[in-house]
Write a protein that binds this ligand. Structure first.
Ligand code: NAD
Ligand code: KPL
Length: 303
């Protein structure tokens, strides 16, 4: 059975190339016939990894191809996920499996609502990749991907294909806890790095603010039924800050490059959930206000 990849960007390309290299059938779905023509012109996807550059002629079609899809990797940004799935939903076979490789929370529900007859499998990844040109991806950092199904803890049969493809992964019976934990880390770190224009490690100079956010995030996770994700959060946040001290957060990089951020699915999602609990979360809300004002000043979307 073939994998289909919708969203041939950084992570989508990285998955597609590794599947292909392992001899697992995989094809890209490109948005328009023009994108398909441009891809064919390029001769495939180029992967830059450990100083080596390799070209991979992965099969591709556009959205008009009528062939049914049984297994789809959706690898776009959280804010594009609902629209992307709407464009391909008519091709998804009943019972098809859709892996949702989006950061944050909220987009998974937007997609799942459109797919009552398919199995949606949210994923959370710490792999690092970026595009340095059209159809070119740089594998920047080894990481790991957790996958799961909030409705059914039975692992899918194709995990061995990921193994063969050397895509480091773990089946996670409680994927929602992982997604909440990652969201909390991102909320404690990313907005402040944008507001202070600093690397992750420089947040050590803003210890009290980080701690205050962690306090509220622990309260939030617990109130949202995610006590496991709240466990030792302060400690984990400082561990990640130290381990990634020299890095700029993904949100910092987006803002600096003038790209839309995933704010609605990170801090925006946390603040909306906080409002739902009725508990006061003054620090989270203040950081959200400051971040939105910052985005306004940079002419970037607030959503
Ligand atoms: P990306 O922007 O590099 O790639 C997304 C791709 O999806 C783009 O090629 C875009 O053109 C395509 N796309 C968008 N809408 C589409 C549509 N309707 N039809 C077809 N294609 C469409 O994004 P990415 O960096 O691969 O990130 C994907 C998700 O993974 C994000 O939520 C991100 O936060 C998360 N993530 C990324 C990294 C990383 O290192 N890149 C690491 C961890 C998590
Ligand atoms: O995931 C991250 C990001 O930059 O998006 C880390 C490294 C955890 C910082 O929040």
């Amino acid at each position: 059975m073939s994998w289909h990849v919708l969203g041939a960007g950084s992570l989508g390309s990285l998955w597609a190339v590794r599947l292909l290299r392992a001899g697992v059938p995989v094809q890209l779905i490109l948005r328009t016939p023009q994108r398909l023509a441009a891809y064919r012109q390029a001769g495939g996807l180029t992967l830059v990894e450990g100083g080596q550059t390799t070209l991979h002629a992965i099969a591709a079609s556009d959205l008009d191809d009528p062939a049914p899809i049984a297994r789809l990797l959706l690898a776009c940004k959280a804010y594009d996920a609902a629209e992307a799935i709407a464009a391909v939903a008519h091709r998804l076979a009943p019972g098809a499996e859709v892996i949702l490789l989006q950061n944050g929370l909220g987009s998974q529900d937007e997609v799942a609502r459109q797919l009552p007859d398919q199995r949606c499998l949210p994923a959370s990844s710490t792999e690092g990749a970026f595009r340095d040109g059209d159809w070119r991806v740089v594998f920047a950092g080894q990481g790991h991907t957790w996958l799961g199904d909030p409705l059914d803890a039975t692992p899918p049969a194709w995990l061995d294909e990921l193994q063969r493809s050397q895509i480091p992964h773990t089946w996670s019976p409680d994927i929602l806890a992982r997604l909440w934990r990652k969201l909390a880390l991102n909320c404690a770190i990313n907005p402040l790095t944008v507001l202070y224009g600093c690397r992750n490690g420089e947040l050590a100079a803003h210890r009290e603010e980080v701690e205050a956010l962690c306090d509220e995030l622990v309260t939030l996770l617990t109130a949202c039924g995610q006590p496991e994700a709240a466990q030792d959060l302060h400690h984990e946040v400082w561990r990640v800050i130290e381990a990634t001290a020299a890095n700029y957060s993904s949100m910092y990089q987006d803002v600096t490059a003038g790209r839309r951020t995933e704010i609605s699915y990170l801090l925006g999602y946390a603040c909306a959930a906080a409002e739902g609990t009725g508990l006061p979360m003054a620090h989270l809300q203040a950081v959200q206000r400051r971040l939105l004002a910052h985005l306004d000043r940079h002419g970037l979307p607030r959503y």
